[in-house]
Write a protein that binds this ligand. Structure first.
Ligand SMILES: Nc1nc2c(c(=O)[nH]1)N[C@H]1C(S)=C(S)[C@@H](COP(=O)(O)O)O[C@H]1N2
Ligand SMILES: [Mo]
Length: 255
């Protein structure tokens, strides 16, 4: 049932994309007229597809009540990174861990876990949808990504926020993900350090994992070690903006 719902949503996204390719042919002219941006719900242009036809990018993901939380929240993908540096940090409860933010920023910075916890936080109860066909609802607490970005001051050339993770796969590729600034500054985009009022466990991405509530599970990078602001994702790893994207998944996994 849940799987069907995801399939239907993905079908709608595909249909919108297909329609988008037709629209894009005439898009230069259209975007100069007034009605077109309004129709899209955003005047910011057609970067990376036309998925915003489905729902405006600024819309909030549904938030649930405490009672809606799933009894069990599955774990998926890597659940215990084999990276030796990560394992040393984990043994020390991540006291030596620092989140680095670099690239196209005015003020590169590092934040320890306790520094992140002192920043303003957001708590949200949301539903996670994995393409493998499961969904689960949990309460997440973390620091809004916008709080971090405001502190490092993105340069005008920055277009994407890239999350580099601790986990390499069997053939040495690191998990990574990227999002644009519409998503980076969305109020529900947080670097979560708690799930269901507990310190985020390793299986769920300790010490921090991205929550990006309007997209599918694979966008929500766990074990985030480094954040990089870039003007293009073309030269990172396979050039498609993420670990799964390099294997053919959509870059914009909006639902
Ligand atoms: N670093 C990293 N992040 C990741 C993954 C992973 O394997 N490594 N798997 C992704 C997938 S497919 C899903 S559904 C969610 C699973 O998060 P969970 O283990 O907290 O349920 O994390 C995503 N983020
Ligand atoms: Mo997933």
């Amino acid at each position: 049932m849940i799987k069907k719902r995801i399939d239907r949503r993905r079908f709608m996204i595909r249909a919108a994309q297909a329609a988008g390719f037709l629209l894009l042919a005439g898009c230069d002219k259209l975007s100069q007229s007034e009605w077109f941006p309004r129709l899209l719900g955003s005047a910011e242009g057609l970067t990376r597809g036309v998925q915003r036809i489905v729902t405006p990018r600024k819309a909030m993901a549904r938030e649930y009540d405490e009672a809606d939380r799933s009894a069990v929240f599955p774990t998926n993908g890597n659940i215990d990174p084999k990276n030796p540096d990560y394992q040393v940090l984990a043994k020390n409860n991540f006291t030596g861990w620092k989140l680095t933010i670099s690239g196209l920023v005015e003020r590169p910075a590092e934040f320890s876990l306790s520094e992140l916890r002192l920043l303003p936080s957001r708590t949200q109860i949301t539903r996670h949808d994995c393409v493998e066909g499961w969904s689960a609802i949990a309460k997440w607490k973390g620091v809004p990504l916008s709080e971090i970005l405001n502190r490092v001051r993105p340069l005008p050339a920055a277009r994407y926020v890239v999350f580099h993770c601790a986990d390499p796969d069997e053939i040495g590729r690191n998990y990574y993900e990227s999002i644009d600034f519409d998503d980076a500054n969305h109020p529900q985009t947080i670097l979560a350090y708690e799930i269901n009022d507990q310190v985020l466990p390793i299986a769920h991405g300790a010490p921090i994992r991205l929550r990006l509530e309007r997209q599918l599970g694979y966008k929500m990078a766990k074990y985030v070690m480094r954040i990089e602001l870039v003007d293009s994702i073309d030269s990172i790893a396979g050039g498609n903006g993420g670990y799964w994207e390099d294997q053919g998944y959509e870059w914009y996994a909006g639902i």
